[in-house]
Design a protein around this ligand. Sequence first.
Ligand SMILES: Nc1nc2c(ncn2[C@@H]2O[C@H](COP(=O)(O)OP(=O)(O)OP(=O)(O)O)[C@@H](O)[C@H]2O)c(=O)[nH]1
Ligand SMILES: [Mg+2]
Length: 456
Amino acid sequence: MNRGIVGAIDGKTICAISTPAGIGGIAVVRVSGPEAISITNGLFSRDLASLESHRAAFGKIIRGQELLDECLATVFRAPGTFTGEDTVEITVHGSTFIQTELIRWLIDAGCRHAGPGEFSARAFLNGKLDLTQAEAVGDLIAADHAGAHRLAMNQLRGNFSLAISELREGLIGFAGLLELELDFAEEDVEFADRSQFDALLADLLGKVGTLADSFRTGNAIREGIPVAIIGAPNRGKSTLLNALLGDERAIVSATAGTTRDTIEDTCIIGGKKFRFIDTAGIRETTDEIESEGIRRALGKAQGASIVLYLFDASIDGETDVEQALEAAAVGSESQTAVVWNKTDLAQPPAARYELEFPISAARGTGIESIKNWLSTWGQTNQDSDALMVTNIRHYEALVEARKALESSRKGLVDGVPSDLVASDIRQALHHLGRITNDIDPEDILDHIFSNFCIGK
Ligand SMILES: Nc1nc2c(ncn2[C@@H]2O[C@H](COP(=O)(O)OP(=O)(O)OP(=O)(O)O)[C@@H](O)[C@H]2O)c(=O)[nH]1
Ligand SMILES: [Mg+2]
């Protein structure tokens, strides 16, 4: 039977290389578990057993007559460690031979090789992190730009968990009163004030809704905010893509219909990652390949957070811009900017839309103002650090909690029996609890930790 990571946690001392695979100046091997200090001690030239917690000792890795490396061993004593167990971090020279040999020596001495995410899973099981924080460790390591880093850090510091537990606490009190009513069902009393309850549910629904709705933005910030560049052929879409990326990524030519497939690439602007998507020029065509390209272009426009719709100032002056935007049926959740290109050849018509950028993609003028505008995307007016949901598991739980809250609110209005309302409230509590600390069935935990890599 396939035992998952959580099921496989056996109280044994584990070891793994925690730095990336390959050669480096140094590498860190982590050992965690009840025998972490004694096992490492058996391979180390100096006495680690007497070393204070959070202290490092410089020494040699030695087995019998065999000298493997000179290294630093840092001792962390339970419970004040990441995993909550005794831990030793051995910093060796980063040769692949030394790293794998050290792991082999540790295993010979009684360690087990850690499973993926097992250090974090142990931290969770020992109550050092709640689930959202354990997940944030993974996100923090994966963050490759400031936006993703800030979201992960916020979550790691427990801000998200705090918001969820506040929501739960609000509900728990009322749930208790409702349950009490059930105990006194014979007497037909109401302990829970219905109008207060309705106000509480309305407030919670607002908060849960805001969090759930932040997923689209939060996820885009983490993965790269999708920006589709669309317009008729030859408007300079590929030239704009290249200008935004600062790279000759796409082929540019005076032939209409140059770009067939969509071309995507990311770059970081103002600490946020953007995923720019250059697309095939939209026009009536009988060419099968081009038609497919146009179909994909329109699809990308619909899935994008931002659409840059390009017009050519030298030929589109009379074009019905509104109709073109409508025909592209840009998704209601995308923000569209009208971009007038080739302003080196002609002046664009007087601005009529909320967002218009006059540019010359070929000369690079106006590109900065597009970038400045992009870098403000996703910022709420009040607080640029507003909590955002970035994890699909959290999003799903919030959506379920919202459903249960809506149903209990409706139940109150319709005067359904208290036990049904109470059952909806319990559902809402269950879904909120799932996000942070409810001990879920093992398979869910396994699913979460198996997305980690070994050594985490
Ligand atoms: N004068 C001028 N020419 C430009 C500008 N931007 C692009 N062009 C030219 O316009 C032509 C079309 O540019 P592309 O970037 O290939 O246009 P596109 O929208 O990607 O075209 P398709 O892929 O065919 O849909 C090329 O000859 C570019 O050099 C500009 O700002 N000024
Ligand atoms: Mg093109």
